[in-house]
Design a binder for this molecule. Structure first.
Ligand code: B12
Ligand code: SF4
Ligand code: SF4
Length: 415
């Protein structure tokens, strides 16, 4: 990883040649990597890397993305399958939607990676909400409010974009957090921020994988002498998974069907957030207590343990943990009506699952809990108008009945 520049003043023109101050008037001479990185840190990111486009491995990464989509692994996430006029997948190559793009500044922000982990023993009636959705900030009165990394980081990227314009003049740019037609992890790896782990996550060698990515594409080239050194950049990080395969072994649904490869259709994160309607019984069986997203393949990763032991805890004021979302009681979540759901999760990533989707996931977790105290709630949901919730509740009741039969050896009502 490159070292932070001490100063964030506009760099001297020896980066691009010419008279002092000339870089302001002639930005096309190139962006110096350390200077841009230091601006990103000032904007509130924990780390950043700059890569010239197209990057050295763009053809390999495009082929991987194409293979993934063509194998149907995106499930119902059809936005990943959008095609350009030439028939190619829009997001396989950055140059397809953004032919003007000459560089990508990839920024990284930390979210809570402290214990408890989803893989630790917990109360039998506790669910799990993925830690990336625990985030919150404070309003002007100092009250805690849900925050969503998409909004928080996009605001920072835009401020960074404005700063660059102020320093360098006009250029073409796009700022994206998650939702743009770019494969962010491929860009982050190319920008030297880490490696792609066998769990498919971007792992930073010091910060681990509990990080968000944000990308600023620009028409500004990377300073020539720095671009020439790619891909042997100072920060190019080799794969450090070695012989480990903890994530693959821990994945309950077999979504990580091979090292570095995931079938999203089997991933609990996809099932609980993106997938609408009923979930296959075979998958509900393996979902455990996850009610929103899944952290298992990251919680078992030794690089996250190392980051927790060695790196300072995140101090991001806009991504602080809401304690009530850590190991939430299933009964508390189930008792929320739609108005309460909207109030609690307004501005939170959890809202993406929707009220019906979250209740469906809670029903699955209740079934997997083995606790008959949930039977009355499940019986009520078994007659719900929502097909996904109804199917999950009936499956869960069946599972609890099965557990009771197994224990007592005779049939009986659970309620
Ligand atoms: C669709 C999507 C999902 C889908 C599919 C995930 C997937 N693995 O493809 C679902 C809903 C399952 C999902 C889950 C999660 N997601 Co998501 N997701 C995305 C999104 C929008 C697109 C990803 C994509 O294009 N997938 C297609 C595949 C092909 O792309 P990829 O996995 O990034 O591809 C790399 C590897 O597969 C690799 N590869 C493929 N084959 C091979 C073979 C070899 C040998 C090697 C070495 C590599 C390799 O090459 C690709 C490029 O490096 C991105 C944002 C974005 N615009 O990029 C966020 C993003 C990837 N998600 C993110 C997060 C936080 C999550 C969750 C942790 C949330 C949670 N706790 O529930 C989980 C993590 C699950 C996991 N193990 O990946 C972060 C990841 C941060 C990080 N450190 O990696 C991103 C970048 C969002 C953000 N802006 O921060 N996500
Ligand atoms: S997020 Fe969960 S289900 Fe998805 S690959 Fe990781 S462990 Fe498997
Ligand atoms: S658990 Fe092991 S194999 Fe999986 S991503 Fe972490 S280091 Fe790599």
């Amino acid at each position: 990883m490159t070292q932070a520049a001490q100063s964030t003043r506009t760099p001297e023109p020896d980066q691009g040649g010419g008279e002092p101050g000339e870089l302001c008037r002639e930005p096309l001479r190139g962006l110096p990597r350390d200077w841009v990185r230091s601006l990103a840190l000032e904007a509130g990111f924990a780390e950043a890397g700059l890569v010239a486009l197209p990057h050295a491995e763009h053809a390999r990464d495009a082929a991987r993305f194409e293979e993934w989509v063509e194998a149907g692994r995106a499930g119902t996430m059809h936005y990943l399958e959008r095609r350009a006029e030439n028939g190619g997948l829009l997001r396989a190559r950055v140059g397809t939607p953004f032919p003007w793009a000459r560089s990508a500044l990839v920024c990284l922000a930390l979210y809570d990676r402290t214990e408890p982990l989803s893989t630790m023993a917990a109360a039998p009636d506790a669910g799990w909400i993925a830690r990336y959705a625990w985030t919150s900030g404070r309003d002007e009165q100092g009250r805690q409010r849900s925050s969503d990394y998409h909004k928080v980081l996009l605001k920072r990227l835009k401020a960074l974009d404005r700063r660059l314009r102020g320093e360098l003049g006009e250029f073409e740019s796009r700022a994206y957090v998650d939702t743009g037609p770019v494969v962010e992890r491929a860009l982050a790896t190319a920008a030297g921020l880490g490696w792609t782990g066998k769990n498919t996550c971007l792992i930073h060698p010091k910060m681990g994988s509990f990080v968000f990515l944000a990308v600023l594409l620009t028409s500004l080239p990377v300073a020539e002498r720095e671009a020439l050194s790619a891909p042997a950049l100072p920060g190019w990080v080799p794969d450090r998974c070695g012989a480990c395969r903890r994530c693959i072994d821990a994945c309950p649904t077999g979504a990580l069907f091979a090292p570095y490869q995931m079938d999203a259709r089997r991933c609990i994160s996809y099932l609980t957030i993106e997938h609408k309607g009923p979930i296959a019984g075979e998958l509900m069986e393996e979902m455990g207590r996850q009610v929103f997203g899944c952290d298992i393949c990251q919680d078992v990763c030794p690089w996250n343990g190392k980051a927790l032991r060695e790196a300072a805890p995140p101090a991001d004021k806009e991504l602080e943990t809401r304690a009530e979302l850590v190991n939430p009681a299933l009964e508390w979540l189930a008792a929320m009506d739609e108005a309460e759901f909207e109030k609690r999760f307004n501005g939170s990533p959890v809202r993406r699952a929707g009220f019906a989707g979250l209740r469906r996931n809670i029903a699955v977790a209740m079934g997997n809990s083995g606790s008959s105290k949930f039977a009355a709630q499940l019986e009520a949901w078994g007659a719900d108008a929502d097909e996904g919730l109804r199917a999950a509740a009936r499956w869960a009741l069946g599972k609890l009945h099965g557990a009771r039969l197994h224990l007592s050896g005779r049939p009986g009502s659970l309620s």
